[in-house]
Design a protein around this ligand. Structure first.
Ligand SMILES: [Zn+2]
Length: 89
C-alpha cells in the first residue's frame, strides 16, 4: 500500500512566517504529521520558546487552498479538513 502525502502550508500571521510539511493522507481524509514535522514547522513559524503568538497562528491550507484545523482530541498530530465540520458525527 503506498502512502500518499499532501503538501500543507502553515501560516503564522503574527510573525508573517510560513512553513511547509508533507502530511500523510489517511483513509478517512484526515492528515497526519509526525512529531518531528510539527517541531520543524514550529521552528520556522516562530522559534522562540517564550513567545506568546501560539506558533500555529493563522491558516493551514493545501495547494488547492482547502483549509485544515488541528484535531486536538487526537493523540498524534492530526489535521482535519474544514469541510469535515459539517459532517455528522
Ligand atoms: Zn512567536
Amino acid at each position: 500500500m503506498n502512502t500518499s502525502r499532501k503538501r500543507i502550508t502553515f501560516h503564522n500571521t503574527f510573525h508573517n512566517t510560513k512553513a511547509v510539511s508533507f502530511a500523510k493522507v489517511m483513509q478517512d481524509g484526515t492528515l497526519e504529521l509526525s512529531d518531528s514535522q510539527v517541531r520543524r514547522a514550529s521552528r520556522k513559524l516562530c522559534g522562540m520558546s517564550d513567545c506568546e503568538c501560539g506558533t500555529f497562528r493563522g491558516p493551514i491550507c493545501d495547494d488547492e487552498g482547502d483549509r485544515y484545523y488541528w484535531d486536538y482530541n487526537s493523540q498524534k498530530p492530526k489535521l482535519v479538513p474544514a469541510s469535515f465540520q459539517n459532517r455528522e458525527e
